[in-house]
Structures are given as C-alpha cells and as structure tokens.
Design a protein around this ligand. Structure first.
Ligand code: 0L1
Ligand code: MG
Length: 262
C-alpha cells in the first residue's frame, strides 16, 4: 500500500459523495498517481463499510471488465471485482429514474446464486458449477463517477467498478439445465437491436468468472459465502441510456429482462 488510512478515507468519501450526489469527479490517480492495487481495493472496501454503517446492505458481488476485448482495451490481464447494493436492485420491467445516475449505461449479464461457500486459491469452474444453486438473467447499470467515464484501472476499482444498479429477470434455471457458455443474448434499445453476444464472452464461461472472483478475493482474505448473488460480467458492450429509453434483453433459455428509463 502507498496511501495512509486518512487518505483512503478521504478518497472513499470523495467517490461515495460523487455517487450519492450524482456529481462526476476527476479520477483519483490524477492526484495519487502512485497508488497501487491494494490502495484501490482498500478505498472500495471503505466505501462498502460507509454504506453498511448507514444501514445499506451488500446484495451481492460483481465481476467487471470480464470480456477479453474490454481487458485488451484497458491493457489489463485480469478482470476486477466489486459489490452491489440493496438500493441498486430493480425488478424486471422497472421504471428507473435516470436522475439517480450521472451517465448510466447498461450491459447484459448472467448472474448466479450460490448454495455453498467458494474459497480460493485453486477455485475452478468445477467447484463453481457444483456450488451454483441457480442461474438467472440480470442487466447491470454501470455509472462511473468519473467525468466522461475517463478513468484508469485503479481509479475504477476504487469507484466500486462503476457499480450503480441491476435489473434481475424472473426466470431461474438450475445450472445443469443451461449451457451458460453458449447462452445467447440480444439487447434491444427502443425496439432496435443494439448488442448481441453469448456467455462465452465472459472470460470463456461465466462460471470461470466466478472462480476467478473466489481466487481474487482469497488474495484479500475473503471468500464467497453460500447464498451469494453474483453478477458474472458483461456479455455485451455497455450501452448508453437516456430518459425515455426502453431496454429489452432477450436471453436464450432465461427469458427476458426489460426496463424503462424515465
Ligand atoms: O461491470 C463492468 O464491467 C464495468 C467495469 C468498470 C468499467 C466501466 O465503467 O466501463
Ligand atoms: Mg458489469
């Protein structure tokens, strides 16, 4: 670590205020160019603790930057992880008040809920498949707190991987009844197809993303408890939304997820 506790706390407050006040800010590495990965995750953890102290709940975990294309674009070799909150949850078909966000985008994902604990190191796709209770469709709303989505990897880890919300679909599926790797998705915005993809876009298989999450968490002394809801990462590129936009995502074998931004 390169930052002391006071600076970690100050940066967590800066980023969380940006979220709560819907106010874009400059990336933190402009002021702290030498901060390291541990600093970045420590800031994210402090934001998480601030929310818990305020009475919010952590509703699950997420993986970000999981597509090879996005990793290459960012010049990184591993995805990043974050958490999702109770207040970011929206039901299928929700009307979502866009004024709660700065510059939101949506991306189609496959989510899972676990039934047993997953702990790295050495967690692999087999351990994950055995631990999944069910699979469900989910669309993530990302909203970087940084001006114009201008950030680097350490800044975005600290900013809880741009996590802002998620819409879950109602069709759940046992893991043995779905091939998550070949599950196709079609995203439509206002009736027009804007993105298509398949589960394999998520580091080859969404369950591999969960294994990677368990292994990454183990480096920080954490695990994935039984009953955890996990967003495995974007299958499609993130699509910008504005007031009036209708989003519909059609999943092969997992039904649809829709929302309207107002
Ligand atoms: O969930 C994601 O993949 C987003 C990761 C953060 C990068 C971004 O805001 O695009
Ligand atoms: Mg995502």
């Amino acid at each position: 670590m390169t930052l002391n506790e006071n600076i970690i706390n100050k940066l967590a407050e800066y980023l969380e205020n940006a979220e709560l006040e819907c106010n874009a800010v400059v990336k933190i590495t402009d002021e702290y160019p030498d901060m390291d990965w541990d600093d970045a995750y420590a800031i994210q953890k402090t934001i998480r603790q601030r929310k818990l102290n305020r009475g919010n709940k952590v509703a699950g975990l997420k993986m970000g930057l999981t597509s090879f294309a996005k990793m290459k674009q960012m010049g990184v070799e591993t995805p990043i992880s974050g958490f999702i909150t109770d207040y970011g949850s929206y039901p299928d078909g929700a009307e979502i008040d866009i004024s709660k966000f700065i510059h939101p985008k949506v991306e189609a994902e496959i989510a899972v809920v676990t039934k047993t604990r997953l702990k790295g190191p050495g967690c692999h796709i087999g351990s994950v498949m055995a631990a999944i209770d069910f699979v469900l469709p989910a669309v993530e709303i990302i909203d970087s707190r940084y001006e114009n989505f201008r950030f680097d990897l350490k800044s975005v880890i600290a900013d809880n991987t741009s996590s802002a919300g998620y819409v879950t679909g109602g069709k759940i599926c046992p893991p043995e009844d779905i091939n998550m790797r070949s599950t196709g998705v079609v995203m439509e915005k206002n009736g027009q197809v804007v993105e298509v993809g398949a589960g394999a876009a998520v580091i080859g298989h969404p369950a591999s993303s969960v294994a990677m999450l368990a292994n990454m968490l183990s480096e920080r002394g954490e695990d994935i408890p039984a009953g955890t809801f996990i967003m495995t990462g974007g299958i499609t590129a993130a699509v910008t939304v504005e007031a009036g936009d209708n989003i519909m995502v059609r999943y092969q074998d997992l039904g649809t997820v829709s929302m309207r931004f107002v």
